[in-house]
Design a protein around this ligand. Structure first.
Ligand code: ADE
Length: 225
């Protein structure tokens, strides 16, 4: 998979992709991530990329020309499955959506800033609009990082234990059960006996029951889906 992220603050994303699982995923050849600075595609020597909104009002708008040039350049190099715009008025990000995106080959993620991008970018180039939650961030970079992280960890071979993404919260509309490690007794606070019984079937049943209880208590809406 290849993910191209278009941003006007590319340095915000650099350190995110340079660490941990995302770094390993790139080094292992499971994913290639490239971050592009919109300013490099500006049509003037001052490298401007934003302007006042027609009709007035506060806030600058990211102009169409630099973004169009960047997207067209990328599209001349390879075929993209989706051009995703991260925006608070997009479709709410869900695990189901992430699973589907993890099956794609090449993705472009466009990060907004200020008052957003010129509507014509969305009309002419964007194929999917995604929000990571009902709150407004100062830019789309964190949202792109969240989306890319959720996708990349699903790619086969990225996680050490191939099955571990399958037991995540949300994969079956259930929250994950509690987990414990050593010591078995921390200042009198003990690990549930069943987990140390070695009885695999009983442990699975206990975990499933815990998942249901946790989901009922915290996210009853998931059980209705
Ligand atoms: N840009 C600003 N806020 C956002 C959000 N909640 N989701 C996606 N992109 C955003």
């Amino acid at each position: 998979m290849r993910i191209d992220i278009i941003s006007c603050v590319p340095s915000l994303l650099d350190s995110f992709f340079a660490h941990s699982i995302l770094k390993r995923a790139q080094q292992g050849g499971f994913v290639e991530v490239a971050v592009h600075d919109i300013r490099d595609y500006s049509v003037n020597k001052h490298r401007t990329i934003d302007d006042y909104a027609f009709g007035g009002g506060a806030g600058m708008v990211l102009q169409i020309e630099p973004i169009a040039r960047c997207i067209r350049q990328l599209q001349s190099e390879r075929i993209y499955d989706e051009v995703i715009y991260l925006t608070p008025d997009g479709e709410l990000m869900q695990q189901r959506m992430v699973n589907q995106l993890s099956l794609k080959g090449n993705l472009i993620m466009l990060c907004g800033h200020y008052k957003g991008v010129d509507q014509r970018v969305r009309d002419l180039f964007v194929t999917q609009e995604i929000s990571i939650g009902d709150y407004v961030l100062s830019g789309g970079e964190l949202a792109a990082a969240v989306l890319a992280d959720a996708i990349i960890r699903l790619l086969p071979g990225v996680l050490n234990d191939e099955t571990s993404a399958l037991t995540d919260s949300f994969q079956d509309n259930l929250l994950a059960p509690p987990v414990y490690s050593r010591p078995a007794d921390f200042e009198g606070s003990k690990v549930p006996e069943i987990l140390m019984s070695g009885h695999e079937a009983k442990i699975d049943a206990w975990r499933y029951e815990q998942s249901i209880e946790r989901t009922k208590a915290r996210r009853p809406d998931l059980l209705k889906l």
